[in-house]
Design a protein around this ligand. Structure first.
Ligand SMILES: Nc1ncnc2c1ncn2[C@@H]1O[C@H](COP(=O)(O)OP(=O)(O)O)[C@@H](O)[C@H]1O
Ligand SMILES: [Mg+2]
Length: 264
């Protein structure tokens, strides 16, 4: 069984500057991986490189043993900061169905089979109760569930979720993390989830990939999220605090200074 993904000495250069380099990373199929790191470190760029949306300037990347290509049905992607206009009238179920268009489920399937497929995915994410409501009027957590269904509907074996927990309250962060954990286990889907805060996902993940200081480090949360390890990775003093309620807090982290802040 090939690895879900394998990066070998990979580097990405944007506008003349290296975002990160010398990245060796291997993720097994069915793993739930959190991608962490400060703003601007290159987490979104990592996902885009794995999707073939950003070229490597060095090294190689394989997804399920094959070179990356755009529009790969094996991979479902939720870009960062997707919000819906509250007035958007499209129904949740139609949004999920859009995920079938153009892919391997696009043309040849009869519409009954498409409807069944969409209904299965809606049930999988627990969105049956609001599938006929307009997406714009759903809560943030409900919208995320519908988007996860859309990302999975064409048969993706890997989900790449860029900050899907952003702007959700704590209980929704936990509920969505739990849902994703279940999808990993029951469907064997490999998940890469970019997160700002590791705490809500800590109980559910198999592994963390930490992006900072132009480098990427991967391992067990307890091995990676440590003062010495992160200080070395950032190339600047960082301290990992263990709070009384069992949370991990990374303090003193330096934001990269050599780039402009760009909103993507
Ligand atoms: N299209 C782009 N044009 C110019 N700079 C970019 C572009 N995309 C990303 N960058 C820069 O690359 C770095 C990494 O960005 P990004 O991957 O979005 O970081 P993160 O997701 O960790 O916040 C940042 O310094 C960002 O400004
Ligand atoms: Mg980002």
């Amino acid at each position: 069984m090939p690895s879900a993904l394998k990066l070998d000495r990979a580097a990405v250069r944007i506008g003349g500057g290296l975002v990160w380099s010398d990245v060796d990373l291997e993720v097994e199929q069915g793993e739930f991986v959190a991608i962490l790191g400060p703003n601007g470190a290159g987490k979104s760029t990592l996902l885009k490189a794995l999707l073939g949306l950003v070229p490597l300037s060095h090294g190689s990347v394989l997804v399920f043993g094959h070179p990356v290509r755009r529009g790969n049905d094996d991979v479902g992607y939720l870009p960062q900061r997707r919000r819906f206009d509250p007035d958007l009238r499209i129904r949740a179920t139609d949004l999920v169905r859009l995920g079938l268009d153009g892919g391997r489920w696009g043309v040849p399937l009869p519409s009954a089979a498409k409807r069944r497929r969409v209904a299965q995915m809606i049930e999988l994410v627990g969105a049956t109760g609001y599938q006929d409501r307009a997406i714009g009027e759903l809560s943030g957590g409900e919208q995320q569930r519908v988007l996860i269904a859309q990302a999975l509907v064409s048969g993706a074996r890997m989900l790449m979720l860029d900050e899907p927990l952003e702007s959700l309250d704590l209980s929704n962060q936990q509920a969505i993390s739990e849902l994703i954990r279940g999808i990993c286990e029951r469907q064997g889907v490999t998940v890469l989830l970019v997160a700002h805060d590791v705490n809500p996902i800590l109980p559910f993940i198999d592994r963390v990939v930490y992006v900072a200081g132009g480098h990427v480090l991967s391992g067990q949360p307890r091995d990676v999220i440590r003062t010495e390890t992160l200080t070395r990775l950032y190339g600047a003093p960082v301290e990992v605090l263990h709070t009384g309620d069992g949370r991990l807090v990374v303090v003193g982290q330096y934001e990269p200074v050599s780039h402009h802040a760009i909103d993507h």
